[in-house]
Every structure is written in C-alpha cells, then in structure tokens.
Design a protein around this ligand. Structure first.
Ligand code: CTP
Ligand code: MG
Length: 205
C-alpha cells in the first residue's frame, strides 16, 4: 500500500513539474517568439517582395563612383523598393487591424509610424549593405555572410532609433532582441532557398 502511495506521489510530482515548466517556460517562450515575429513582419516582408517584383530602373541610374564601381548596382531598383515598402506597410496595416478588432493584447502593438519605419528601414538597410558591398568590390549577388542576413534588422533599428525611439525601447526588449538575432538568419535562408528553387532569385542567399 505504501509502495502505491510513493509511486502515485512521484508521478504527481512529475506531472506538476511538467505543468509548471509548460506554464513558466514553454508558453512564455512561444509567446516571445510570436511577439518577435509579429514585431518584425513589416521588416521581413519587403525583401522577398522586392525580389519578386523588382526590376526596371536601378536606384543609382547606372552611375558609378570614382572607384569605378556602381553606387548600388543593378540589384536595387525603384520598383523593388516601392513594392517592398508598400507590402511591408500593407501587412502592418492588417496587423494593426487585427490587434484592434480582436484586442490581441498579448502581442506588441504596431503604429502607423512603426510599420513605415520597419518596412522602409529594412530596404534602406539592404541598400546600405549593397553600397558597402560595391565599395568592397563585391559584385551583385555575391555572398556577404552576416551583412546579407542582418542588413534589414540594422536598417529598421536605425530608423526606429532616429524617428520613434520610445516605440523601439518599449518593444525591443532583451529577450525579443535575442530571438530576432537567432530567428532572422534562419528565416532569411529559408525564404531565399524557396526563392531560388522557384526561380525568383538567382542565388540561394
Ligand atoms: N530588388 C530590387 N530592388 C531592391 C531590392 C531588391 O529590385 N531595392 C530585387 C533585385 O532583383 C535583386 C533581388 O531583389 O536582385 C534580390 O535582392 P538582393 O539579394 O538584396 O540583391 P542582390 O541582387 O543580391 O544584390 P546585392 O549584391 O547588391 O545584395
Ligand atoms: Mg543578395
């Protein structure tokens, strides 16, 4: 009889421990990952949309600097920039609408300013990276690890810091920043492989 009590007791403890870990670790972690993706969605979307819709007149109009290299290169076009930014703003507006209509208080709240700054910042960061790539003599489409993945994060953060620092501080908490650092290269790689396989991108990075 006492044996049964002991095993019942330890089973209960295991169950209790499991419930506590779901409650205090797994759910907050999932919520933090969801929040990070929710915050970054207007910044993540512009790049793939630019790759899908881009083409036509290059932003630098084909001009070269004194180093003989293009200012930005053939891969940065007005159409890509415009379509990418508009797509980021469109998804952000849908997010704001969802937050308001369903009172999704468990997620961070976007504002008109935050979605514009995130979308525009993502593609300005991408252009800044291409500018540096050309100065380093790297041709269009060549791999530049780390910079290729984080350009959009840096661009979005810089614009938020300049034009809406209070939103930045309120939403980019340390756990969110850590998750963005881990998640961004994974998502970047996954999306680029899909883009490559489907023929949208010339290279899988
Ligand atoms: N694109 C665009 N306009 C932009 C950004 C991207 O048209 N402002 C399109 C281009 O067709 C580009 C593709 O999206 O080739 C993929 O973008 P990205 O990888 O950033 O450009 P790359 O061609 O790799 O050029 P870079 O070496 O300058 O990064
Ligand atoms: Mg590239």
């Amino acid at each position: 009889m006492s044996n049964i009590n002991v095993s019942n007791c330890s089973l209960l403890q295991v169950l209790e421990c499991y419930i506590i870990s779901v409650d205090s670790i797994i759910i907050p972690l999932l919520l933090a990952v969801l929040s990070a993706m929710w915050i970054m969605l207007p910044a993540y979307l512009p790049n793939p949309v630019a790759a899908l819709m881009g083409g036509g007149t290059p932003i630098d109009f084909g001009k070269k600097l004194s180093d003989g290299k293009r200012i930005l290169g053939e891969g940065k076009t007005y159409r890509g920039l415009l379509c990418g930014v508009l797509a980021g703003i469109a998804i952000g507006l849908i997010q704001i609408w969802l937050e308001d209509s369903y009172s999704w208080d468990f997620l961070p709240h976007h504002t008109l300013a935050s979605i514009v700054l995130l979308s525009l910042g993502a593609l300005l960061g991408d252009m800044g990276k291409s500018f540096l790539k050309r100065r380093l003599g790297k041709d269009r489409g060549t791999k530049w690890p780390v910079a290729d993945q984080y350009d959009l994060v840096v661009g979005a953060l810089v614009l938020l810091l300049l034009f809406d620092p209070s939103w930045l501080v309120a939403n980019f908490t340390l756990p969110i920043i850590i998750i963005i650092i881990i998640l961004t290269p994974i998502l970047h790689r996954a999306v680029n492989i899909i883009g490559y396989i489907s023929g949208i991108k010339e290279v899988p990075w």
